[in-house]
Design a protein around this ligand. Structure first.
Ligand code: ATP
Ligand code: MG
Length: 563
């Protein structure tokens, strides 16, 4: 960002765009975001979306949304719809420029015919296994297919009959005739059409042959007049093939520029793996709040602003790297600290009786909705003789530096009074079940007129007024920074954390939260940010913890333990 201020382009892609506009290679900027509708979008896609839509907007250009829907077996309308919803939610708009590679199936077929006519494509009868065997390896050249030298007429005839449905699935393919000895395996006569009887989410049963992704992607960009085809690094090795198609077809040529894929620690970002988590029931669904999908992050309590901020901070580089999950959490805390209304919620309740507070009396305290945003105004919090505080806020024998409540000690109840613990009630097992306290009426509002200080301020709710809630605490889904690091014969699932979800029932939240809508995010004071889950029903709120506040005590305790 410092670079932007000095008028330097922020990254190498923007530098290339500026250069292209200066040299006249392009006179406008047109990008696209090209998802395959075979899964939900994840945080890695958010990076690509911010780059594609962001760069177009910065240069007064346009960005299309195009579904690269060439594989009917894996694609579904559900995915198409979720992808559109997620892009809009992130804050981007493709206006009237919604396209599908399947819109171009007829054109792509014509392109294939053109290659055949030029002697640059042939129908091959090898099976998929044989094609693989003939392909060679990184160190050995491939072998030419025995069908490579069919005549143009024979190829035209066979390809037309493939389309007409005369041959069984997978019995033949159309292949580009390039170079079986190329060091780049992508150029060893890649398959460009296959026979596949599968209903397509848009074209239905109109086709029984489908173009391969690599044959559709570059040409679709060309058809749309894309100037800068921005994509992740794994496509770099496909670029010579895309170039070959465009050159042989003699059609408009976009410029492809690759950037590093986003990887996040303790997270998997491959749709195949995310699908596995969903299908095998390791999570509740694509929008499980532990998933790195945009729908999961949203349900968890992530905001579009925080995700866009994250994408800006990680920047655009050419080399793959892994970003710390903590940065994403940091971006969320920063955003929510400014915006989230405050509330008091007690997750593990411990009952407190204020012995000298009159039975039946109720006071309402006016409390700021958000000290970071005074314009948000105040809320009313009721106080009475029986309260709940969190179990963590009491220790019968306080360790050093533990300043919260303990026998004989005085603390502040946020916005209310100073209270002092005078007695501890235990059950038969010796477990503390209730605290008896006294309050000082002179400290109303939270300060002592005699100037006496307390070292801790606790959150609390009034037992008679609080609303019951279920709270779901989430931790990393994987125990390893790189979940793919697993023992021989095991995969990323071996690193699933057994502690990624803890459900707390019997929590209490202040009554102002009654009826809160799904998706609304609160800061539970001293604890973290909590988002109302769609599972909430009338009188039964459910919250997801999006992220905790930095817990100072937890830090002290940790250093004490390790010290
Ligand atoms: P996967 O390999 O998990 O299936 P994909 O790359 O095939 O993901 P697409 O739907 O093709 O998923 O992705 C659409 C766009 O998003 C592509 O341009 C791709 O480069 C980009 N993209 C996907 N994953 C990431 C990532 N982790 N970081 C940055 N960009 C990504
Ligand atoms: Mg892809």
């Amino acid at each position: 960002m410092a670079e932007k201020e000095s008028n330097q382009p922020a990254d190498f892609i923007r530098a290339a765009v500026i250069e292209d506009l200066k040299t006249g290679r392009f006179t406008r900027v047109q990008t696209r975001f090209p998802p395959e509708p075979n899964g939900y979008l994840h945080i890695g896609h958010a990076k690509a979306i911010c780059i594609d839509f962001g760069i177009a907007a910065e240069f007064g250009g346009k960005c299309n949304l195009r579904f690269d829907d060439t594989n009917p077996v894996k694609e579904e309308v559900e995915y198409v719809e979720s992808i559109m919803q997620d892009i809009r939610w992130l804050g981007f708009d493709w206006e009237d420029r919604l396209f599908y590679a399947s819109d171009y199936f007829e054109q792509l077929y014509e392109y294939a015919v053109k290659l055949i006519r030029k002697g640059k494509a042939y129908v091959c009868d090898l099976t998929a296994d044989e094609v693989r065997e003939y392909r060679g390896t990184l160190t050995e050249p491939g072998q030419e297919s025995p069908f490579r030298n069919r005549t143009v007429d024979e190829n035209l005839d066979l390809f037309a009959r493939m389309r007409a449905g005369e041959f069984p699935d997978a019995s033949r393919t159309l292949r580009a005739k390039i170079d079986m000895a190329s060091p780049n395996i992508n150029l060893r006569d890649p398959v460009i059409y296959r026979i596949l009887r599968a209903s397509h989410h848009r074209t239905g049963d109109a086709w029984c042959i489908y173009p391969m992704y690599d044959f559709a992607h570059g040409q679709s960009d060309s058809i749309e007049g894309i100037t800068h085809s921005l994509c992740s690094l794994e496509y770099e090795i496909h670029r010579p093939l895309y170039d070959w198609f465009l050159d042989e077809l003699e059609i408009y040529h976009p410029r492809q520029i690759e950037f590093a894929r986003l990887n996040v620690s303790y997270t998997v970002l491959s749709k195949r793996k995310l699908l596995k988590l969903v299908q095998e029931g390791h999570v509740r669904g694509w929008d499980d709040p532990r998933m790195p999908t945009l729908s999961g992050l949203r349900r968890r309590g992530y905001t579009a602003e925080a995700i866009r901020d994250f994408c800006e901070r990680i920047g655009v580089a050419k080399k793959d790297s892994t970003v710390d999950l903590a940065l994403l959490e940091h971006c969320l805390r920063e955003d929510l600290n400014k915006r989230a209304p405050r509330a008091m919620g007690v997750l593990k309740p411990l009952q407190v009786v204020i012995e000298n507070y009159p039975e039946g009396q109720v006071e309402e305290f006016d409390t700021l909705k958000n000290p970071e945003d005074l314009a948000a105004g105040t809320r009313k919090v009721p106080f009475s003789r029986v309260l709940y505080i969190d179990q963590d806020d009491f220790r019968e024998v306080p360790p050093p530096k533990y300043y919260r409540l303990s026998p004989g000690r005085e603390v502040r109840l946020r916005s209310a009074y100073f209270v002092k613990c005078v007695d501890v009630v235990k059950d038969g097992q010796g477990k503390v079940v209730e605290l008896r306290c006294t309050y000082d009426p002179a400290t109303r509002g939270g300060d002592a007129p005699d100037g006496r200080k307390v070292k801790a301020t606790l959150h609390w709710v009034s037992a008679a007024h609080a609303v019951p809630a279920e709270v779901r605490l989430y931790d990393r889904l994987f125990t390893k920074e790189n979940p793919d690091e697993a023992d021989e014969g095991r995969d990323f699932l071996a690193n699933l954390s057994p502690n990624s979800l803890e459900v707390l029932s019997g929590c209490w939240v202040e009554p102002s939260l009654l009826g809160a809508n799904a998706g609304v995010i609160y800061q539970f004071e001293r604890q973290g940010y909590f988002c109302v889950d769609p599972d909430s029903a009338a009188g039964r709120l459910a919250f997801n913890r999006a992220v905790s506040l930095k817990d100072e005590w937890a830090k002290i305790e940790k250093t004490q333990r390790s010290g």
